[in-house]
Design a binder for this molecule. Structure first.
Ligand SMILES: [Zn+2]
Length: 213
């Protein structure tokens, strides 16, 4: 059987691929589950309560990745415009960045770990550098303000972020299906449901490919 690739089938192929590769899609939280998760954050002992709430809100409503939350700087916040700017580069030598830099050298013989580390931290892709409005709700706005006030004490590590989300999920009895990336998928689904069109949604989420939207 000959297979002629028509321009019209390209979209269908990509769509099919997106449907079969996006496993996190199944783990999107409903509004009710998300509220239960936030409620559960408050039941955690301080300061885990606030930390978990900030992480869940900023991942589950603004779509930030765990790596972006771990490297969050208050300088990314524009208080006048109420936006968060995810930069292309943020100088960092944390354990996670050092491991990532080392891993990069295993794929490239000409690259030293020191050189690889100079580009760390950077977000997942070029498209990930983006501007995110955080005044979408009063709840989010206040949470970002509180975070800025408590910034110095906030644990900025990838593994802590995973643990806080897990603690909130356990407390809410949602365990097994809640992790930072599924919160990001929850944010995307929330905004799509609210009627945000694919192109602005792509900009908000920092997707390289419009097919994801
Ligand atoms: Zn780092």
């Amino acid at each position: 059987m000959s297979h002629h690739k028509q321009p019209g089938t390209e979209w269908a192929d990509r769509h099919r691929q997106a449907l079969t590769t996006r496993h996190t899609h199944e783990d999107v939280l409903t509004d009710r589950q998300f509220e239960l998760l936030l409620e559960a954050c408050s039941a955690l002992p301080a300061p885990l309560d606030f930390e978990a709430r900030f992480i869940c809100l900023i991942a589950g409503r603004l779509g930030l990745r765990a790596g972006e939350i771990a490297h969050f700087q208050t300088a990314w916040v524009n208080w006048n415009r109420r936006t968060i700017r995810i930069p292309q580069h943020e100088p960092c030598q944390c354990g996670y960045c050092r491991r990532q830099a080392k891993q990069e050298t295993t794929h490239n013989d000409d690259l030293s770990t020191t050189e690889a580390l100079t580009s760390r931290w950077h977000p997942k892709t070029v498209a990930s550098a983006r501007l995110i409005p955080f005044d979408l709700s009063l709840r989010l706005e206040l949470c970002v303000e509180r975070f800025a006030n408590r910034y110095d004490a906030f644990p900025r590590s990838r593994s802590t972020i995973n643990r806080r989300v897990q603690a909130a999920a356990d407390e809410a009895n949602l365990s097994g299906r809640v992790y930072p990336h599924c919160l990001r998928a929850t944010a995307a689904s929330y905004h799509a449901y609210k009627g945000v069109a694919p192109v602005p949604l792509q900009a908000l989420m920092g997707w390289s490919d419009l097919a994801t939207a």
